[in-house]
Design a binder for this molecule. Structure first.
Ligand code: T3D
Length: 267
């Protein structure tokens, strides 16, 4: 499959998938979601790929759902209301997250810049995170009246603890790279210009390790700590369907488009 929105590069057993919509901070439009799922599945199947790296082109890792794309879809449907959030999550985002978590090879996020909304979830779903010093992690969902999704309600508290996870989810405040390292969310933090070299050093090392043992280790740790991930993803989809139909979501997206502060009513 020829891709429009992802770049693929292979070197020394390491496959790098680069999200490539820099003009929209690599936000997920439908094409990017489809192509990323396809690229992840291909990497999972390909025995010559012994370590996978996911990164973003330009200044961002990924800004989550493309909010402009969603409003286009609503306009086309002739309705001010959103499309089905639960279907969007079950059909696209959740398979993306499950493919990363179930592939029996290491997956490293090279977090080159801001990781927001489902873009943050994508980074959380990876096994390891090498993070540029200027990068931030943002649970942006609350800023538009939504619920953390794509595994964030499940993975974030397991990485940083319940109290910090709730703080990040309730406030939508950015978590800087240094704090992410202290909390254990980042495995290492490097200057931005050294990110790809540092990531490739680690990825090449892992690609030369016993992949079968690493895959089985991942499977065992998934079972020890993440056995309910699939049902959590499903539950998030139900919660998002409710939040996505709220007046506060409509206001949140309008405010984002109009580049102003939202006026939430609590509805
Ligand atoms: O919908 C479903 O299917 C359910 C699933 C939902 C999953 C989700 O991910 S919901 C969360 C969606 N994401 C967000 O709410 C994040 C929105 N973006 C931001 O908050 C900020 O852009 C950032 C914090 C990520 C970065 O801020 P900053 O100041 O560095 O950049 P900027 O100026 O805000 O953005 C630069 C451009 O990217 C700008 O376009 P312009 O004005 O230059 O033409 C901005 O509109 C665009 N952009 C940023 N994020 C998105 C986006 N365009 C579309 N969708 C985005 N998510």
């Amino acid at each position: 499959m020829a891709y429009e929105t992802v770049l693929i590069e292979d070197a020394q057993g390491v496959r790098t998938i680069t999200l490539n919509r820099p003009q929209a901070l690599n936000a997920f439009n439908e094409t990017l979601k489809d192509e990323l799922i396809d690229a992840l599945k291909a990497a999972a199947r390909d025995k010559s790929v012994r370590c996978l790296v996911v990164t973003g082109a330009g200044r961002a890792f990924c800004a989550g759902q493309d909010l402009k794309d969603r409003s286009d879809r609503a306009d086309q449907a002739g309705s001010a209301g959103p499309g089905s959030f639960s279907a969007s999550l079950r059909d696209k985002y959740n398979p993306m997250i499950m493919t990363i978590r179930t592939m029996e090879k290491p997956v490293i996020a090279a977090v080159n810049g801001v990781a927001a909304g489902a873009g943050c979830s994508l980074a959380l779903a990876c096994d390891l995170r090498v993070v540029a010093d200027k990068a931030t992690f943002i649970q942006a969902f609350v800023k538009i009246g939504l619920v953390p999704d794509s595994g964030a309600t499940f993975l974030l508290p397991r990485l940083v603890g319940m109290g910090k996870a709730l703080e990040l989810a309730f406030t939508g405040d950015p978590l800087d790279a240094g704090t992410a390292l202290t909390l254990g969310l980042a495995n290492s933090v490097v200057p931005g210009e050294a990110l790809l070299t540092a990531t490739m050093d680690l990825a090449t090392r892992l690609a030369q390790a016993p992949t079968r043992a690493i895959g089985l280790t991942k499977r065992a740790m998934n079972r020890a700590l993440l056995v309910d991930l699939e049902s959590a993803l499903d539950y998030e989809a139900d919660m998002q369907e409710i939040a996505g139909r709220s007046p506060d979501f409509a206001e949140g997206v309008s405010a984002f488009m109009e580049k102003r502060q939202p006026r939430f009513t609590g509805q």
